[in-house]
Ligand binder design. Structure first.
Ligand code: ZN
Length: 151
């Protein structure tokens, strides 16, 4: 188990130091802001659609290692997915990070995202990990809504 923990740690550190898709999208179809006042994480999310598909997903902003890694992993995971798939992955991710820490993390569609299961042990970190997801979810549901907040 400790090897697995190290691996998880490595992926999170890698994505927080070299976040993927950390750039704005010119002429994005959807732009959404999210804020986690508890930690000070700020994120701006960009999506370009091709029909129903999230053709490109990116983010800017600054936050702690967990929020940055989570945003980076999310953009990687969701590029090329449909809205419906994105919604399903969001639900699975939310369930995973709020599940019992003593249980094996579940989530069939999550793939690499399961590295973030470690946050289950730290209640305040769950908000860091879910910020970018709530931001996306809210924007997909209601693009005209204001910024998302974890509070
Ligand atoms: Zn944070």
């Amino acid at each position: 188990m400790s090897d697995l923990r190290d691996l998880y740690q490595e992926v999170v550190v890698d994505h927080s130091r070299r976040p993927r898709n950390h750039r704005p999208i010119e002429g994005a179809d959807l732009t959404a802001e999210g804020h986690n006042p508890l930690c000070g994480d700020e994120v701006t999310l960009f999506v370009r659609f091709d029909g129903d598909r999230l053709e490109d997903v990116s983010f800017t902003g600054s936050g702690c290692a967990i929020s940055t890694a989570s945003a980076s992993l999310m953009t990687e995971t969701l590029r090329g997915r449909t809205r419906e798939e994105a919604d399903r992955i969001f639900e699975e991710f939310r369930e995973m990070v709020t599940s019992d820490p003593t249980e094996e993390p579940r989530g069939e569609s999550l793939g690499k995202l399961t590295v973030l299961a470690g946050v289950r042990e730290y209640a305040s970190r769950v908000k860091c990990a879910t910020l970018v997801w709530h931001t996306l979810h809210k924007a997909l549901q209601d693009p005209a809504a204001g910024p998302a907040s974890t509070e």
